[in-house]
Write a protein that binds this ligand. Structure first.
Ligand code: ADP
Length: 279
C-alpha cells in the first residue's frame, strides 16, 4: 500500500485510514493509547476511534488507491482516444473527455488537500495578503460552482459599510468554495445566501456567513464537523471529511474564526470572520 503522510509523524502511535476516514490498520502503540486491541479499531470511522484522544497518534492517509484509480481511468480514456480517434463518435468522445476532466479534478483536489494539511500542520502556510472585495469574490465563487452545479441559486448580500479586507484572496476563495460546495452537496442548491457584515471593534472584522436552506446539522454532530476525517454521511461522492478542517485552519491563519450554527428547522449557517488588520 502506498501511503501519504498527513499526520505529524511525531506521534508514538500510527493509524492508517482510507480517504473515507475508515481505519484500515492501527499499530500496537496506537491501540495501547486508545485502550483497545488493534483488530477492534479496523473498519471503524477514525473520528469515532480517536474521540478526544488523538494526542500522540499520527493519522496517515492511504492515498495510493485514491490517486491510482482516477489516473488509471485517465490513461485508459486518453489512450483509447489517441488510438481510435476516427472510429469514436462525437457523443462518446464528449463523454470520455468529461470523465477525464472529472478524474483530473479529483486528483488535483486530493493533492491540494494533502499539501494544505501538511502546511497547516507544520505551520508553513504562507499568506499573501492583498485587498479583497468580498462581494466580487463571492460572486465569482458562485459563478464557478454554477458551472458544475447549474441548480445553484445563491444571493450575495453584503452590507454597504463592509470594506475590502486584507486577506490572501486564493485562500479565502478556497474557504468560500468549500462552504458553498458543502451547502450544495449536503444542504440544498436552492435558497443559498452569502452574507457579509461589519463586526464593530478595534480594529474590527468582517463576518461572512454561508446560509443554506437544507436540513441542517443535528446538534450532536455540530461540534464534530470541523474534526479531521469527520463525515456525517458516508459514501458521498468526492467527500474526504477534510474540507472544513482545512477551511478552519485557513481562516485561523488569517486571525479569524470559522463557526457553525444550525437552529432546529433551519439549514446550516457557517460563519467566518476576517480581522480588518493585516495578518
Ligand atoms: P468533505 O470534505 O467530505 O465534504 P467537510 O469537512 O467539508 O467534508 O464536511 C464534513 C461533514 O459536515 C460532511 O460530511 C457533511 O455531513 C457535514 N456538512 C458540511 N456542510 C454541511 C451543510 N451545509 N449541511 C449539512 N451538513 C454539512
Amino acid at each position: 500500500m502506498t501511503t501519504g503522510s498527513t499526520g505529524s509523524g511525531a506521534g508514538t502511535g500510527r493509524i492508517v485510514v482510507d480517504s473515507g476516514g475508515t481505519v484500515l490498520e492501527a499499530d500496537d502503540a496506537a491501540a495501547e493509547r486508545l485502550g483497545r486491541p488493534a483488530a477492534e479499531l479496523a473498519g471503524r470511522s477514525v473520528s469515532d476511534v480517536l474521540g478526544s484522544g488523538a494526542d500522540g497518534i499520527a493519522v496517515v492517509a492511504a492515498v495510493g488507491h485514491e490517486l491510482r484509480s482516477p489516473l488509471t481511468s485517465i490513461r485508459g480514456y486518453t489512450s483509447l482516444l489517441l488510438n481510435r480517434w476516427e472510429k469514436i463518435g462525437d457523443a462518446d468522445k464528449q463523454l470520455m473527455l468529461g470523465q477525464i476532466n472529472h478524474d483530473a479534478e479529483r486528483v488535483t483536489r486530493l493533492i491540494n488537500e494533502l499539501l494544505d494539511i501538511s502546511r497547516l500542520e507544520t505551520g508553513r502556510l504562507t499568506l499573501t495578503p492583498r485587498w479583497v472585495s468580498l462581494p466580487e469574490l463571492a460572486q465569482s465563487v458562485v459563478t464557478s460552482i454554477r458551472a458544475t452545479s447549474p441548480d445553484l441559486e445563491a444571493e450575495v448580500a453584503v452590507g454597504a459599510d463592509v470594506p475590502e479586507v486584507p486577506a490572501d484572496s486564493d485562500k479565502i476563495e478556497q474557504v468560500l468554495t468549500n462552504l458553498v460546495e458543502n451547502a450544495v452537496k449536503y444542504g440544498s442548491p436552492k435558497g443559498l445566501r452569502i452574507e457579509a457584515e461589519l463586526v464593530a471593534g478595534s480594529p474590527g472584522a468582517v463576518a461572512v456567513t454561508v446560509r443554506d436552506a437544507g436540513e441542517g446539522i443535528a446538534p450532536e454532530d455540530l461540534p464534530r464537523v470541523f474534526d479531521r476525517w469527520f463525515q456525517r454521511e458516508h459514501g458521498r461522492p468526492n467527500g474526504t471529511g477534510l474540507g472544513l478542517w482545512i477551511s478552519r485552519g485557513l481562516v485561523e491563519a488569517h486571525g479569524g474564526q470559522l463557526t457553525v450554527a444550525s437552529p432546529p428547522g433551519e439549514g446550516a449557517a457557517f460563519t467566518f470572520t476576517l480581522p480588518l488588520a493585516s495578518p
